[in-house]
Write a protein that binds this ligand. Structure first.
Ligand code: SF4
Length: 113
């Protein structure tokens, strides 16, 4: 467990550095208020592209990270994902609570606690 928390801390530091470079995060911070727009994040959105967001996780090329196989990393089991009224879509804190695909993935993936 200690190893996971150390890796997660490192991941958050990396995400913080990345967030500083993304203009969309500069105004509202990492977590947008619940009243934020609920539109879907387009995969060609500059911020989504920077995080290599895909709507189908298996479309992403990536190595195993944090002890979780790449094939098991989806938005639906990411710490930043929050279920919505639409079963296959949920809000993502990294994208100002806009909707991402439950089966999607991006470089910001962090396992749920
Ligand atoms: S941060 Fe998590 S929930 Fe948000 S797009 Fe990336 S993998 Fe999906």
């Amino acid at each position: 467990m200690k190893g996971i928390s150390v890796i997660s801390r490192r991941k958050f530091i990396e995400l913080g550095a990345l967030a500083a470079t993304l203009p969309f995060l500069g105004q509202g911070g990492l977590v947008a208020p619940a009243s934020a727009a609920v539109d879907k994040v387009p995969v060609n959105d500059p911020a989504a592209a920077a995080l290599k967001y895909v709507e189908v996780a298996s479309d992403a090329s990536r190595a195993d990270k944090m002890g979780v196989a790449g094939s098991e990393q989806i938005c639906g089991n990411c710490r930043f994902y929050k279920d919505s009224e639409t079963p296959e879509w949920g809000g993502c804190a990294l994208f100002q609570n806009r909707l991402v695909a439950k089966q999607g993935w991006c470089m910001g993936w962090v396992p749920t606690a």
